[in-house]
Design a protein around this ligand. Structure first.
Ligand code: UDP
Ligand code: MG
Length: 324
């Protein structure tokens, strides 16, 4: 199979028939063999019934139905696990991304040898309250991730070589940083393509302004886990050892100066009257704590559990059986 299109959706009933017809048109015009996997992320507006109808008419349409709303990342991750195409394309359900971009994205993966091609909505049709923070967000993401050639990390329209989506795990809200996840997994041929963007035709956006706060926290997590995730001791251990050492030096200084003063018969103060005493106390306690955190971190990493288990109510055509 040439292409798997993955569409995460949350209450997008009006857009679905139009989107499916458009994808089908592009695929048959280009002679691609394909599947569209709609991942219904707990919609309450009848989106799933529409997917069932579409699947009954078009065997290329497949569906996964979450029991409740888990978020865009779990939806994408579930689609990635089920994709069978050589090239995997993700696309928002709200008709803001154009299926007409598919052939060129496919070509860039197949012929130009990219692992991942991210869309760039150079001209956006979104309110200013979104486009300005987005610029800032992308600048930070470029800096932290070291992927300097991407302008639009969070574009819903992306294309992947299938080996990429099988290797990365998109959990939490990490869909904003898929290129960074891919890079951390060793896929460095990351490209960009300017794509057409349209104003939302039906419904409203599913993300509020908290996306920017959470986005930055997630970036910090990714940076940290990438640098120290597999070796937390390198961070906590170093910090802890430094603190402990400072404390030790301070305590030696306090003790030595007192002994010296006693020895020479000079005037001396109680150890507990010296500021260095408190400094050393704090430092040594903090140091031990950090060091232990490092150890605990190591233990957690060694026993890391799976984060990609969601309650799935029903599936169509993906070959995965569910009990519902
Ligand atoms: N989406 C989802 N689960 C969620 C939120 C959003 O599957 O919890 C889907 C949504 O239906 C759409 C895509 O993710 O297909 C992008 O969402 P939206 O268009 O609201 O984001 P925006 O374009 O405003 O960034
Ligand atoms: Mg949208």
């Amino acid at each position: 199979m040439d292409i798997s299109v993955i569409v995460p959706l949350y209450n997008e009933a009006e857009s679905l028939p139009e989107l499916e017809a458009w994808i089908e048109r592009v695929m048959s015009a280009n002679g691609f063999s394909y599947e569209v996997i709609f991942v219904n992320d707990g919609s309450t507006d009848g989106s799933w019934e529409i997917i069932e109808e579409l699947a009954a008419r078009n065997p290329a349409v497949k569906g996964v139905c979450f029991r409740r709303n888990y978020g865009k990342s779990p939806a994408l991750n579930t689609g990635f696990r089920r994709a069978k195409g050589d090239v995997v394309i993700t696309m928002d359900a709200d008709l803001q991304d154009s299926p007409d971009e598919i052939p060129e994205l496919y070509r860039m993966i197949k012929e130009d040898g990219y692992d991942l091609v991210s869309g760039w909505k150079q001209k956006r049709y979104d309110p200013l309250s979104k486009t300005i923070p987005t610029k800032l967000f992308n600048a930070t993401a470029r800096k932290v991730s070291g992927i300097k050639n991407l302008h639009d990390f969070n574009c819903g329209l992306k294309a992947y070589h299938s080996k990429v989506v099988k290797r990365i795990e998109v959990y939490g809200d990490m869909h904003r940083y898929i290129p960074y996840l891919a890079k951390n997994a060793g896929f460095t041929r990351i490209g960009e393509k300017v794509v057409k963007h349209q104003a939302r035709k039906y419904g409203t956006t599913k993300f509020g302004l908290d996306r920017f706060v959470n986005g930055y926290l997630d970036l910090a997590t990714l940076w940290f886990t990438n640098r120290f995730g597999a070796k937390p001791m390198h961070f906590f251990g170093l910090l802890g050892s430094l603190m402990f050492l400072l404390g030790l030096i301070a305590v030696i200084a306090v003790g030595a100066s007192k002994l010296y003063a006693m020895h020479t018969g000079a005037h001396y103060i109680l150890v507990t009257d010296s500021p260095y005493f408190y400094l050393s106390l704090t430092m040594m306690i903090l140091g031990t704590q950090l060091f232990l955190t490092g150890f605990v971190g190591e233990l957690v990493v060694r026993n890391s559990t799976r984060r990609d288990e969601y309650e799935i109510e029903q599936e169509i055509g993906t070959g995965v059986k569910t009990d519902a």
